[in-house]
Write a protein that binds this ligand. Structure first.
Ligand code: AMP
Ligand code: MG
Length: 404
């Protein structure tokens, strides 16, 4: 039986060879970028007015002038205008180019504007704090040619905004894998069905599909009965059709646990079976000669959950060439004992302590079948093997399954 760390290493050395594709900017969120995005001009591209008000020459005010003739109006979206008289001003709007010849902006709140005949004047009530105020200087954020987005980043709304502003459409990204999620077991019925006393509704495939969907990955659901021939026929078809298969159930020592045997019979090479962990010990992982990957996760819902977030998520991220983020950690909020020599994924609910540390409170769970315990939790604390007693305050890797 291999360790959890070795299992993860093996999983991460069998990544999918996913192609790069171009996707429209409007659909690129949640994809992993595969190209550099650079500033095509300075950020901002001109001295940008940041307040509605007037633009003037600071020196004129400094020399005691308080009232300024308004020559013109400079709005956002208009080519740059010019101040003709250094003792006058222009009205300016947020987002406009700073008029040529001016150097300071005073907001309306600090002015009084009035008309006299056909002339318009601005009287300064509260003078500028500094010369050059309320101007977002050209190139002060980024310079033309600066690297803004690196390959390997996950595109979120901020990245999309930056790509949009430099005119990057479409974007080169990694094609997300297309996955099959497969439940196995004669006891499982569809969620729309009324189960008989000996039956339960399937939940794992919905959980896996939902988790994948949150990661921006499409998956189709399938179900297999505990019949060897049926499993074999269907898995052969799915291996041809999908990049990878996530199975749940049928991998333990039971008389109806045919999945490992069937996968091996289809030429999917076993890379490991059984991991020294709880929950999720029966986990099986393999790869076909055509490069298709099969995760056969144990069927107990919490086991499926743990294995998905511990192994499948980093494998998906690495397959899509996402740069790995630092692993989060959390401190145990209370002493905890786990005597077996297994890595233990403790179901926890975290809380941010006053000093900023993440504190992990164990959630009471009735074993790996009790998936209602996950409702109170936001992740798993990974307690290492070869240690029985864990003290409050000790820090361990934290596997989050809930969005922050
Ligand atoms: P197995 O790994 O097939 O031995 O299943 C272990 C336990 O998980 C059994 O109690 C199954 O009924 C349950 N189980 C298996 N697959 C699912 C599923 N898709 N949804 C909910 N429970 C499941
Ligand atoms: Mg089963």
């Amino acid at each position: 039986m291999i360790s959890s760390a070795d299992a993860l290493t093996i999983v991460l050395s069998h990544l999918l060879p996913l192609p790069r594709i171009r996707v429209p900017l409007a659909e690129a969120v949640d994809h992993v970028l595969q190209e550099e995005v650079r500033a095509d001009r300075d950020f901002p591209p001109f001295d940008r007015v940041t307040m509605d008000g007037i633009a003037l020459v600071h020196q004129a005010w400094e020399q005691g002038q308080q009232t300024f003739l308004v020559e013109e109006m400079q709005k956002a979206g208009q080519p740059q205008k010019q101040l003709l008289e250094p003792t006058a001003c222009l009205e300016v709007m947020t987002g406009a180019m700073l008029p040529m010849g001016t150097d300071t902006v005073i907001r309306y709140e600090d002015l009084e504007l009035y008309e006299e005949g056909s002339n318009r004047f601005a009287r300064v009530q509260t003078g500028p704090k500094v010369a050059g105020q309320n101007i977002h200087r050209r190139g002060s954020d980024q310079l033309e040619g600066d690297l803004l987005l690196k390959p390997g980043i996950l595109l979120g709304p901020a990245e999309i905004a930056v790509a949009a502003s430099v005119g990057k459409d479409p974007l080169l990204v990694c094609r997300p894998p297309v996955l099959a999620v497969v439940s196995t077991g004669d006891e499982l019925v569809e969620v729309t069905q009324q189960p008989q006393p000996h039956q339960i509704r399937k939940s794992n495939v919905y959980m896996l599909q939902a988790a994948l969907r949150q990661a921006g990955i499409q998956a189709e659901r399938f179900h297999l009965p505990d019949v060897k021939e049926d499993i074999s026929r269907e898995l052969e078809r799915l291996l041809g059709q999908f990049d990878a298969i996530l199975l749940s159930g049928g991998v333990s020592m039971g008389k109806a646990d045919f999945v490992p045997e069937v996968l091996a019979g289809l030429g999917v090479e076993k890379l490991f079976h059984q991991v020294a962990q709880r929950p999720g010990k029966p986990f099986w992982f393999g790869k076909s000669p055509a490069g298709k990957v099969a995760f056969a996760l144990p069927g107990n819902p919490v086991s499926t959950f743990v294995c998905y977030f511990k192994y499948v998520v980093p494998w998906l991220q690495a397959s899509m060439q996402e740069k790995p983020a630092p692993l989060p950690v959390a401190a145990l909020a209370q002493d905890y004992s786990f005597p077996p020599d297994l890595t233990f994924f403790l179901t926890v609910r975290t809380e941010r302590a006053a000093d900023g540390r993440l504190l992990a409170h164990p959630v009471r769970a009735g074993g790996s079948g009790d998936f209602t315990s996950l409702l109170q939790a936001d992740g798993f604390l990974e307690l290492p093997r070869h240690q029985k007693d864990f003290k409050a305050g000790e820090v361990f890797p934290f596997i989050r399954f809930r969005r922050e």
